[in-house]
Design a protein around this ligand. Structure first.
Ligand SMILES: Cc1cc2nc3c(=O)[nH]c(=O)nc-3n(C[C@H](O)[C@H](O)[C@H](O)COP(=O)(O)O)c2cc1C
Length: 221
C-alpha cells in the first residue's frame, strides 16, 4: 500500500481513537436510524469467540434498540432499578462479613447509592437511544469479553459519526431477569447482555488523556 494512503488511514484512526469519550449528557433530538444501523453493523464486525460457541445455526449476537419515551424503556427502567437495589443490598451483606471489601468497593457502592437517589439509571431513558447487545452463552463462558469487543467497535463508530456514547454496564446484571428478557424477546439465562446509550452529545469533550507509552511499557528480553 502506498505510504501516503497508509498515513492518512492511520491519522483518521488515531483521531477516532483519541476522540472516543464517555458522554453522559445528551441532546433530546434523535439521531437518524441509519446511524444506529451503521453502529450496529460495526458491532457485527467485532471478533467473537468462535470456539466457545459450538455448532448452533442460530446467530449468536443480537441487538435491541429502545427509544427514549417508548413503552419498552418505561417497562425496562424499573426492572433495572430493582436490580440496582438487589445488588446494593447483596454488597452491603457481603461487606458486613468482609470489611476489606468495603475499602475496595467504596466508589462502586457510592455509585449505586447515587443511582438510587437519582431514581433513574444513567443511560436508560436519559439518551435518545438505549441499545442492548446479547451474546449467546457458550463454553468457556467468554461472552462478556466478546461483548466488550462489540461495544468498542460500536463506540468507535459512534465517535466517527460524531455521536455520544455511554456504556450502561448494569445491563449485564439483567441477563437472568425473566421480565427484562421478555421485553427483549429472549429466554432468560441463555444470553449475556451489555448496554449502551447513544445520542448527540450536549457538549463536546476534549480528547482522552493517557500516560505516554514509555511510562507504562516495559520491553522484556
Ligand atoms: C467495563 C466498563 C464498564 C463501564 N461502565 C460504565 C457505565 O455503566 N456507565 C458509564 O457512564 N460509563 C461506564 N464506563 C466508561 C468508563 O467510566 C470510561 O471509559 C472511563 O471513565 C474513561 O473515560 P473515557 O471513556 O471518556 O475515556 C465503563 C467502561 C468500561 C470499560
Amino acid at each position: 500500500m502506498c505510504t501516503e494512503l497508509m498515513e492518512q488511514k492511520n491519522a483518521f484512526l488515531d483521531q477516532i481513537l483519541a476522540g472516543r469519550r464517555s458522554y453522559r449528557m445528551f441532546r433530546p433530538e434523535f439521531p437518524p436510524e441509519d446511524a444506529i444501523r451503521r453502529i450496529i453493523h460495526a458491532g457485527l464486525l467485532a471478533p467473537f469467540a468462535a470456539a466457545a460457541l459450538g455448532n448452533s445455526t442460530d446467530y449468536f449476537r443480537r441487538f435491541f434498540v429502545m427509544k427514549k419515551g417508548s413503552r419498552t424503556i418505561a417497562a425496562a427502567s424499573p426492572l433495572v432499578m430493582e436490580q440496582v437495589k438487589v445488588m446494593a443490598q447483596a454488597l452491603e451483606t457481603e461487606m458486613e462479613k468482609n470489611p476489606a471489601l468495603r475499602t475496595i468497593a467504596v466508589s462502586f457502592v457510592q455509585r449505586l447509592t447515587a443511582i438510587r437517589k437519582m431514581g433513574m439509571i444513567p443511560g436508560i431513558g436519559t439518551a435518545p437511544y438505549y441499545l442492548v447487545v446479547a451474546e449467546r452463552k457458550g463454553f468457556p463462558p467468554v461472552e462478556q469479553q466478546s461483548l466488550a469487543h462489540c461495544m468498542e467497535n460500536m463506540w468507535l463508530k459512534a465517535t466517527a459519526l460524531n455521536l455520544g456514547f455511554q456504556m450502561v454496564s448494569v445491563t449485564a446484571q439483567m441477563s437472568s431477569d425473566p421480565a427484562f428478557c421478555k421485553i427483549l424477546g429472549i429466554p432468560a439465562g441463555e444470553w449475556e447482555l451489555m448496554g449502551c446509550a447513544i445520542g448527540y452529545p450536549q457538549e463536546e469533550l476534549g480528547p482522552s488523556i493517557r500516560p505516554p507509552v514509555d511510562d507504562v511499557t516495559r520491553w522484556l528480553e
